[in-house]
Design a protein around this ligand. Structure first.
Ligand code: GLC
Length: 431
């Protein structure tokens, strides 16, 4: 129940906490809107225990949304896991290759999660990868490989820090200096950073001292092209003056929303055993579900950031990598119906949805769709309907309205795709 409430509040907060200014962010969002699909990576020394990153840490969670449920102090086991963290198999090039083969165009990596452990060579704390038996800067390697491979590189940074003694203390000045120092390192020492993905400051008395606006200004100054998500703020507050670039629904497909940029972040490993980070007994989601998540986002005019959790040796486990490879095979065939398209031109639904580009509309019909799907009238005329999935699903247009007609036997898993060609460039319908 607690989890449900949390999810509800966070979804609400994350979709409202920041305003967006589509007019000013259109230019820097261009590549992202075309990319549609990225890789999220949650990885740090928590993989040694195989428990959820940060959340499995006992002890204090200052400014947590539920207050500080776990009491005081740290967690002598969790906080010492880093001494055993030696990912000798880590190969940034391999991760980037897995992402690229899956059709992902960008990657967002946990530089620091709520647990406070830092995955780069930071001069601001000893609690970092440099003091593990491994001792190498993971961000250095990952950013370099992304740049080499033409994959956009993104940094996840948690303003919440349950390990740092100054976090949320007093007027927060000391912690803010720590955080801006670290962000300056991350945004100056690793070349171009394309995405900065914050994960909320927390909640409570001290947040009144939190200067999210200054943090955003710092990012804009150091990496003007970087796009920023809507979680630089704290939970549940609407700060209209802060301009984020995109919203972040979590573990759910965002709803059809062409007026705001949004990206759903979802795990490739199934709940409840799975999570953002590595679990020994995690089970990957079925292939069809993964595709429908991607299609659901694209037809709703959003992106999908699909999360993997590498193991403590540094490898993306073979079941996760295998699923991504399958997604990649699908994308190589049908990616042109996803990349560079917009979601629409009509509202998506349980039946499936559409994407469009120029005078083409790509209808993605799910197996569970009804035999007849009636779509709202378009202003353009249908000149041709081609079934890309080699089945008998048909599309016809009369009085401006499109009907998609099929029998259950015609509908394939994960979806059946139709390419509809119109007599002129398609425009979005208000529905
Ligand atoms: C939540 C969780 C965090 C995870 C993030 C990803 O805010 O606290 O563990 O990294 O969502 O969206």
């Amino acid at each position: 129940m607690k989890k449900l409430i949390f999810l509800f509040i966070s979804l609400f907060a994350f979709s409202l906490a920041f305003s967006q200014d589509k007019a000013t962010n259109t230019e820097r969002m261009k590549w992202w809107r075309e990319a549609r699909f990225g890789m999220f990576i949650h990885w740090d020394m928590s993989s040694v225990a195989g428990t959820e990153i940060s959340w499995s840490r006992l002890g204090a969670k200052p400014l947590d949304i539920f207050g500080d449920p776990a009491g005081t102090g740290g967690d002598s086991i969790y906080d010492n896991l880093y001494k055993k963290f030696n990912p000798t198999q880590f190969n940034a090039g391999k991760w980037v290759e897995i992402a690229k083969d899956a059709g992902m165009k960008y990657l967002v990596f946990t530089a620091k999660h709520h647990g406070g452990f830092c995955m780069w060579d930071t001069k601001y704390t000893d609690y970092s990868i440099m003091n593990t038996p491994y001792g190498k800067d993971v961000i250095r390697e990952l950013s370099a490989e992304c740049h080499k491979a033409g994959i956009r590189f993104g940094i996840y940074y948690s303003p919440r820090d349950w390990h740092h003694p100054d976090y949320g203390m007093g007027d927060n000045t000391k912690y803010e200096a720590y955080m801006t120092g670290q962000l300056t390192e991350l945004l100056t020492n690793y070349g171009q950073v394309d995405v900065v993905w914050f994960d909320s400051f927390g909640k409570g008395e001290s947040v009144k001292y939190w200067h999210a606006d200054k943090v955003l200004d710092l990012v804009r100054k150091l990496q003007p092209q970087a796009i920023i998500n809507n979680r630089c703020n704290y939970f549940g507050e609407n700060v209209p003056s802060l301009k984020a670039d995109f919203d972040t629904p979590e573990q759910t497909i965002g709803s059809y929303q062409p007026t705001r940029n949004w990206e759903s972040c979802m795990c490739v490993v199934e709940a409840p055993k799975g999570g953002w980070s590595y679990r020994r007994d995690g089970k990957v989601k079925p292939f069809a579900e993964c595709i429908r998540n991607l299609v659901g986002c694209s037809t709703g005019d959003g992106n999908l950031l699909l999360d993997v959790g590498p193991d403590p040796t540094g490898i993306i486990p073979s079941d996760q990598a295998g699923r991504l490879a399958q997604i990649g095979e699908w994308i190589r065939k049908y990616g042109f119906t996803i990349y560079g398209t917009q979601g629409g031109p009509f509202r998506n639904g349980k039946w499936g949805g559409g994407t469009f580009k120029g005078n083409k509309v790509y209808v993605h019909l799910y197996e569970s769709a009804p035999d007849t799907v009636s779509l709202p009238a378009l202003k353009e005329n249908l000149v041709n309907a081609k079934n890309l999935s080699h089945s008998n699903v048909k599309a016809s247009m009369s009085n401006g309205k499109i009907k998609i007609i099929s029998t259950p036997a015609d509908r394939h898993s994960p979806d059946t795709i139709l390419e509809l060609t119109f007599d002129k460039p398609v425009t979005r319908v208000e529905n």
